[in-house]
Design a protein. Structure first.
Length: 137
C-alpha cells in the first residue's frame, strides 16, 4: 500500500474513532451529540448564521442541519428568527444556555483529547498539529 493511501486510511479511522468517542462523552456529560456540538461551534465562530452557511461550513446537507437545529432549539440552546431583509431566510443564534453548553463541551473535549494524546510529547503534538494544518489548507 502506498504511504498516501495508508495516511488517508489512518486519518479516516482516527476521525471516526474520535467522533464516536466524542459523541459518547458529550451525550453522557452534557446531553448533546457531536453533531450538535459542531453546529454550536460554528455558531460560536459565526454568530447569527443562516442554516445554509452552517451546512456549508460542516460539509453537510441543509436538511441534516435543520433537524439538529430543531433539537437544539427544543433544548433552549438556539433561537431562530426570520431575516428582515429576506423573509425566506432564517438566522440562527446561540442562546445563553447554548453559549454555556458550547464552552462546557469544549472543556470536556479538551480534557478527553489531552488524555488521548498523553502518550505523545508536547513537541510531537505540536508537529502533528502543524502537519495536519498544512494538509487542511
Amino acid at each position: 500500500m502506498e504511504p498516501s493511501n495508508l495516511i488517508h486510511t489512518l486519518l479516516h479511522h482516527l476521525s471516526a474513532v474520535f467522533g464516536r468517542e466524542s459523541d459518547q462523552i458529550l451525550q453522557e456529560q452534557l446531553g448533546i451529540g457531536f453533531s450538535q456540538f459542531k453546529i454550536l461551534a460554528v455558531l460560536q465562530e459565526n454568530p447569527s448564521s443562516q442554516q445554509k452557511h452552517i451546512a456549508f461550513a460542516l460539509g453537510q446537507t441543509e436538511a441534516s442541519i435543520s433537524r439538529q437545529i430543531k433539537l437544539l432549539q427544543a433544548k433552549g440552546m438556539l433561537e431562530s428568527a426570520i431575516n428582515p431583509q429576506n423573509r425566506r431566510e432564517h438566522i440562527t443564534s446561540l442562546t445563553l444556555k447554548g453559549i454555556r453548553i458550547i464552552e462546557a463541551a469544549q472543556n470536556v473535549l479538551a480534557n478527553y483529547q489531552t488524555s488521548s494524546l498523553a502518550h505523545m510529547s508536547p513537541k510531537h503534538q505540536a508537529q502533528l498539529l502543524e502537519l495536519l494544518s498544512r494538509v487542511h489548507q
